[in-house]
Design a protein around this ligand. Structure first.
Ligand code: 5GP
Ligand code: ZN
Length: 219
């Protein structure tokens, strides 16, 4: 069924163009999300047959597996950060300052650091995934995308419904283990960047997300 759609990438990763499968190795397949909810949205799929059908909370109870997933997620985060730098680095004030220093004659002993794009990427899972195969979202923080069409799309990346990979292993009494984390999806909207509240006004939120995106990418 539709919820099994991610299985095809694990079964035959070599059959996809690089615009779909970013890379694959024996243990993982990294892909572009088909309905990206940010300006960059990747998915990391572990191939392990004993884990791929498990809920992430259960799969990550295995410390050895969790460690492997964290290492690979970090690798994909770095790759995604490089992609953001290529997309937005030329506009970024911090990177312009670094380039100007590099080109100065003579260049200063200490260059200003470029922007840390890794900080602009979130890595984690949904408390209630919609797709059956285990996957980790590696997504830019902007939440700016024409595919972000529904209230739940925004809140699934903006409330405790999104569980960062670094939060695992979860404590036994972690509130995100509750039986109905779907309640998070109905929360009032809060801008991820400035904290402004939008109640349930989705159209206004979307307009604001565009303004935040324009600022964020040129910071
Ligand atoms: P979940 O809510 O299960 O954590 O997220 C599943 C993700 O898979 C969603 O972001 C959705 O856009 C993405 N997705 C659903 N079907 C496909 C597909 O067939 N191919 C790809 N590449 N992504 C998909
Ligand atoms: Zn804002």
């Amino acid at each position: 069924g539709a919820r099994d759609g991610l299985g095809a990438y694990i079964a035959k990763p070599e059959s996809y163009p690089s615009s779909v499968v970013v890379y694959h190795n024996d243990d993982f397949v990294a892909i572009h999300d088909m309905f990206p909810k940010s300006s960059l949205h990747l998915l990391l799929l572990p191939c392990d047959q004993t884990k791929t059908r498990l809920h992430p909370f259960e799969a990550f109870e295995d410390p050895e597996f969790l460690a492997k997933v964290k290492t690979e997620t970090q690798k994909l985060r770095k790759l995604a950060a490089g992609e953001l730098r290529r997309k937005y680095g030329k506009d970024s004030a911090q990177e312009q300052a670094r380039r100007a220093a590099l080109n100065a004659d003579p260049p200063p002993d200490e260059l200003p650091p470029g922007r840390d794009w890794e900080q602009e990427i979130m890595c984690g899972v949904h408390a209630v995934p919609s797709m059956n195969h285990l996957h980790i979202h590696v997504i830019a923080v902007d939440r700016y995308s024409e595919r972000l069409k529904h209230r739940k799309h925004y809140n699934s990346f903006s409330t405790p419904f999104f569980v960062p990979i670094d939060d695992f292993p979860l404590a036994a009494d972690d509130r995100r283990r509750q039986p109905t984390p779907e309640g998070y999806l109905k929360q009032d909207f809060v801008c991820w960047r400035c904290g402004e509240q939008f109640g349930n006004r989705f159209v206004e939120l979307k307009k604001h997300l565009e303004e935040e995106f324009e600022e964020w990418k040129t910071l």
